[in-house]
Design a protein around this ligand. Sequence first.
Ligand SMILES: Nc1nc(=O)c2c([nH]1)NC[C@@H]1CN(c3ccc(C(=O)N[C@@H](CCC(=O)O)C(=O)O)cc3)C=[N+]21
Ligand SMILES: [Mg+2]
Length: 283
Amino acid sequence: MTATILDGNALSAHLRTELAGRVAALTARGVQPCLAVILVGEDPASAVYVRNKVAGCEKTGMRSIKDVYAPDVDPAVVFARIAELNADPAVHGILVQLPLPRHFDSEAVLEAIAPEKDVDGFHAENIGALMQGNPRFIPCTPYGVMKMLEAGHVPLKGAEAVIVGRSNIVGKPMAMLLLAQSCTVTVCHSQSKDLAFHTRRADILVAAVGKAKMITGDMIKPGATVIDVGINRLPDGKLCGDVDFESAKEVAGLITPVPGGVGPMTITMLLTNTLESAERTLK
Ligand SMILES: Nc1nc(=O)c2c([nH]1)NC[C@@H]1CN(c3ccc(C(=O)N[C@@H](CCC(=O)O)C(=O)O)cc3)C=[N+]21
Ligand SMILES: [Mg+2]
């Protein structure tokens, strides 16, 4: 038996059709959702992601603003622009693409974004609200993973969930969301002693480490749901995940591909957060 694929492109297309309807309804009431994206520097992968975000806005009827700065820009210029976007009532979401160049204090940049426009969900206030079980914006990648688990009818209550990776962007918020759904959650990381011992116990395995193909079939419990958050570019230019898809698909019950899995869902949830931010302005 080979695993059933959880198709992030198909689920995204479905969700974005629903979003477009809500965007049209809100626009008819005089509020067109608007996302502002700030990109500093010319990292080609970042440029692709930002282009996908802007295209996602266009296709769902949202407005977008894209500000691109030179890699050596004075951070004060970016802080001033964030302040301007914070104060602009026509802007509902602000995203500063990460990673930022080294002369930036990334944390300070994220904290400068108005929490009610922080559609990434990275501001300390929003992370705190998520931890308390009262989220304002759920970080887009873990939010997309939860939607994929829902679409796959994956049972969560009491399930053993193992997350590999402890980043602020994926691993930590992922743990909070799965915990809120009553999974038993284990978070593994680079210092974990016997990684395979943990991963083999997982009913739900989330790989978010950034190491190509590091999760192999022998590390997976038969029938498990395997969610691959990794996006690694191989020397030949091809994208691959943190999971070795070829061996994993022979063991897993459900699996997400790369590309076409979590990546497009991340953008779909960004659009969702932007729409919801705009909807809240009418409440
Ligand atoms: N402030 C901020 N927010 C982010 O959400 C954020 C960020 N910074 N920095 C970088 C990461 C990465 N990320 C991706 C989004 C979409 C795809 C995506 O669309 N992937 C496609 C393939 C795209 C390609 O061809 O490269 C796929 O997996 O099918 C990937 C990665 C958002 N990030
Ligand atoms: Mg990590």
